[in-house]
Design a protein around this ligand. Structure first.
Ligand code: AHG
Ligand code: MN
Ligand code: MN
Length: 354
């Protein structure tokens, strides 16, 4: 019997048809994102061969970070393709200061999209895995008017779809539209993403912690104690001094510095990712709208949890497009244990960024 090839476009269209009021617009919007992913995949694979891919543009973005050529390329491409799709009344990107609108005919678009066009870009020149992240909301302003800031400043709970593309040993696209998490691997010989990871669930065991430990001295006490517990440094019997829960052995540490890659490995193997706030930067580095919310939606749909240390990421009411937030996500029981450490040791010091 021939192998069953379920392309991502077919999968999205089948999912879309479950809603009686569906018009096919969401399916078309997702197809544009899939197309963009394929083009970025093509460009990423030229890194090292073509001068336009590696190195810096010389500009600094709204985040105060130096822009790499591939950051710029990926941002321009997403913006260009989505701007004229007709389904999106406005877009926002980690790379752009303000929201971006298209020609007036797209004012009828039902959706807004938020993007981290290239995540982990410091890894590009070293041929290490990088990614793209997207998040889609239904607009709250009336169709026909230009998209507005209030269309974006919705809690992650309102997301209708989110996901990421990981340009790794192969290119994988993972998405959720609120009915589980599905992963597709790009087969370059046919130019299509094929279903390879159906209904991904986080494994029960959490064996990995992912954090940049060079910042340990700047962490709050709760985060520091939690990471010590991951390493079984709190007690010889590997029990948590907080709740007595025992690990079989220390967890493994894995940190690439591309959140999408760290996240994807933990999603498949079981793990917790941490980007805490510090005493100097209580909100940490990662961005609520472009990084935390979409990943939180995926991890919850896979049976895990995402928190800022105090509450679920998806319940945080955004106040501005580029706001940063401490981020802890992975197996639910581990995220809850970390929240307990924070409650016990940090909240009295009011050091977490909430
Ligand atoms: P981006 O490339 O979109 O700016 O994101 C980089 C982020 C994220 O991918 C990663 O987890 C983190 O920065 C790494 O930061 P540190 O070097 O501070 O650990
Ligand atoms: Mn990023
Ligand atoms: Mn980025």
């Amino acid at each position: 019997m021939a192998q069953e090839f379920i392309t991502i476009n077919r999968h999205i269209s089948i999912e879309g048809r479950r809603y009686p009021q569906a018009t096919g617009e969401f399916t078309s919007l997702m197809s544009e994102i899939v197309l963009t992913a394929k083009i970025i995949h093509r460009e990423v694979n030229k890194a090292g061969l073509v001068d336009e891919i590696t190195g810096f543009t010389g500009d600094v973005n709204v985040q105060g970070e130096e822009v790499r050529k591939l950051d710029q390329y990926a941002d321009d491409l997403f913006m260009h393709i989505l701007k004229y799709s007709g389904h999106v009344c406005a877009m926002a990107s980690e790379e752009a200061e303000d929201l971006v609108r298209g020609p007036t005919y797209v004012n009828s678009g039902k959706y807004v999209v938020l993007l981290d066009p290239l995540d982990g870009s410091s890894n590009i020149d070293a041929n290490v895995s990088i990614g793209s992240i997207f998040a889609i909301y239904r607009r709250v302003t009336p169709p026909g008017e230009p998209g507005a800031l209030e269309d974006f400043l919705q809690p992650g709970r309102n997301l209708i779809a989110a996901g990421y593309i990981l340009y790794g040993s192969s290119t994988v696209m993972v998405y959720t539209s609120g009915r589980g998490v599905h992963g597709f691997t790009l087969d370059p010989s046919i130019g299509n993403f094929i279903l390879s990871h159906s209904n991904i669930r986080l494994p029960e065991k959490c064996g990995i912690y992912s954090v940049n430990e060079s910042y340990t001295r700047d962490w709050t006490e709760g985060v520091r104690r939690y990471v010590e517990r991951c390493k079984c440094l709190e007690r010889d019997d590997c029990a948590s001094s907080f709740d007595g829960k025992t690990l079989e052995k220390p967890m493994s540490s894995r940190y690439i510095g591309s959140m999408v890659a760290d996240f994807h490995r933990n999603l498949l193997y079981g793990g917790i990712f941490l980007y805490p706030g510090t005493k100097k930067k209580p909100n940490g580095k990662l961005r609520l709208m472009y990084e935390a919310n979409p990943m939180a939606f995926v991890i919850e749909q896979a049976g895990g949890a995402a928190s800022n240390g105090v509450m679920d990421i998806l319940d945080v009411q955004p106040e501005e497009l580029h706001q940063r937030i401490p981020l802890f996500m992975g197996n639910r029981d581990e995220v809850e244990l970390l929240e307990n450490y924070i409650k016990q040791y940090d909240l009295k010091e009011e050091l977490v960024g909430v």
